[in-house]
Ligand binder design. Structure first.
Ligand code: FRU
Length: 503
């Protein structure tokens, strides 16, 4: 009797002192350093903005169920892009409709006139999606609206003059991304309009003028265009404009994905400088990725770590979906083409808590790193360099026999992920498959960064030229780590960093 009681008493006492939130966030599959809502449904990141020392993440949220429903804007904040704190819901649906995706800006000069006492305010620009009009099939059920916050994003007031951009008769007319175009002192709205992008401009966020359309003959068109973004990045002293266009379906590995174009923007028109279709991420699980506003010279991207092919079915409870890690964007040339690169933000290193490193690790067949990784929690970052003349793969596994493989296929010059044996895969028939990505880099050496959480892996290869993001659902945590090479290879520098939970 005593034997049973004592541990029980300890358990109850321990539970009582643990904060309720941390306790809730230890469920099976719960991401430990990727943002996920405490409960219920989430999709796209929205209104991401840095303001007064805080990163704000809003997100498509349905607080009443674990499947997509009438959309709200959920809210979370962070000081370091790694540890997120969920906040009360920011925007609720209203008589004009559900609150679909959009962006937020700091209106420092109070161009909108919503400001008070000279304090910089936040303005959210979002799509109202009207389900009543949708049923009537007028094709005019999506239009753009505003809300503003005078208390650093805590509370929001919807503009009484909504909508500010009515629908001209385009069925898919949504996801406004707004930014300030300094040369002409105006706001620019990048809007997804069916499978095109339409640019609008405004002096005050309230009155919008149509400027131009992009995309009739560019990029992938296997689905509807959604969640765009437009911003410049400096490269060798030259400004290059980046236009991100998410597409669903029609991605390189089925379903949802993000494509991008590099080119020029003059405040009115975007011109792509290449006919090649380029992808932000070749994995299945990085959708609706856009960047934070107001981050100075840094460009920080975050996406929704799921895919519309199965987002409503993934076996998590009591929540559905997480975001990718925050990624810093850059530009790099490979051959004659220029590409966007993405790597985890340096703040991720804040979670490092021990690990090991190796020099010149010879791998022929298989090298088991499990003992070195010591009680791997399955949360880690692995960086290594290898020669591009040989194949290699990294296998995460557990005692239940689940395996997740990420590798480089020398013959095909491709990276790949294979989640066919990764655990629970039967909730959708296309889930348990192998995905591939081209190796874009022409360098002789390969450099790889892998970021593994409880139910996701993110691959950043060759300084972020090729990225792949995949979610998976093992029967028990992935606790074993092996490196394999059939042809034999040498990993010149390998660094394993155990990551601690950010919850
Ligand atoms: C993209 C998307 C957006 C839309 C939102 C609705 O995932 O379909 O186009 O605004 O989700 O939740």
């Amino acid at each position: 009797m005593k034997k049973v009681l004592l541990p029980l008493i300890f358990l109850i006492a321990f539970q009582a002192v643990k904060p309720a939130f941390a306790q809730d966030m230890q469920e099976k599959y719960r991401p430990q350093f990727h943002f996920s809502p405490r409960s219920n449904w989430m999709n796209d990141p929205n209104g991401m903005v840095f303001h007064n020392g805080t990163y704000h993440l809003f997100f498509q949220y349905y607080p009443d169920d674990k499947v997509w429903g009438p959309m709200h804007w959920g809210h979370a904040t962070s000081k370091d892009l790694v540890s997120w704190k969920e906040q009360p819901i920011a925007l609720y649906p209203d008589s004009l409709g559900y609150i679909f995706s959009g962006s937020a800006v700091v209106d420092a000069a109070n161009t909108s006139g919503f400001g008070q006492d000279g304090k910089a305010l936040l303005v959210a620009i979002f799509t109202h999606h009207n389900p009543v009009l949708e049923k009537q099939k007028t094709g005019k059920h999506e239009y753009q609206s505003l809300a503003y916050s005078l208390d650093d994003g805590k509370t929001w007031t919807k503009y009484s003059g909504n909508p500010v951009l009515p629908n001209p008769g385009i069925t898919d007319f949504r996801d406004p991304k707004v930014s300030w175009y300094e040369p002409q002192k105006k706001w620019v709205m990048t809007l997804a309009t069916k499978d095109r992008i339409t640019f609008y401009s405004s002096p005050n966020l309230k009155d919008w003028t149509r400027e131009s359309e992009f995309g009739a003959n560019e990029g992938a068109h296997g689905g509807v265009w959604e969640c765009p973004d437009l911003f410049p990045i400096m490269h060798n002293g030259k400004q290059v404009w980046v236009l991100i266009v998410n597409i669903n379906p029609g991605g390189p590995n089925k379903g949802s994905a993000g494509q991008y174009f590099l080119g020029e923007f003059d405040g009115k028109t975007f011109k792509a400088n290449s006919a090649e279709t380029k992808w932000l991420d070749f994995g299945a699980d990085n959708y609706a990725a856009v960047t934070f506003a107001n981050t100075g010279n840094r460009r920080i991207l975050m996406g929704w770590m799921s895919n519309w092919q199965y987002a409503n079915q993934v076996p998590t409870h009591p929540w559905r979906s997480a975001n990718t890690v925050a990624r810093e964007l850059g530009l790099k040339t490979a051959g004659k083409e220029m590409y966007l690169t993405s790597v985890p933000v340096k703040e991720l290193d804040l979670l490092g808590s021990g690990g090991f490193s190796e020099k010149s690790l010879q791998v022929k067949g298989e090298t088991n790193l499990t003992a070195k990784a010591k009680n791997s929690t399955g949360l880690f970052r692995l960086d290594f360099d290898a020669n591009a003349t040989a194949d290699f793969s990294i296998v995460l596994s557990n005692k239940a026999g689940n395996e997740l493989t990420i590798g480089y296929d020398k013959a095909a010059n491709q990276y790949y992920t294979d989640r066919s044996k990764s655990g629970k895969v039967d909730f959708e028939k296309g889930f348990g498959v192998k995905h591939t990505a081209p190796r874009i880099s022409k360098d002789k050496n390969i450099s790889v960064t892998l970021v593994a959480d409880a139910a996701s892996i993110e691959l950043f290869a060759d300084g972020g030229l090729t990225a792949m993001t995949e979610i998976f659902f093992p029967d028990e945590p992935m606790s074993e780590l092996r490196v394999k090479s059939v042809s034999g290879t040498t990993l010149s520098n390998l660094k394993y960093s155990k990551l601690k939970s950010a919850l």
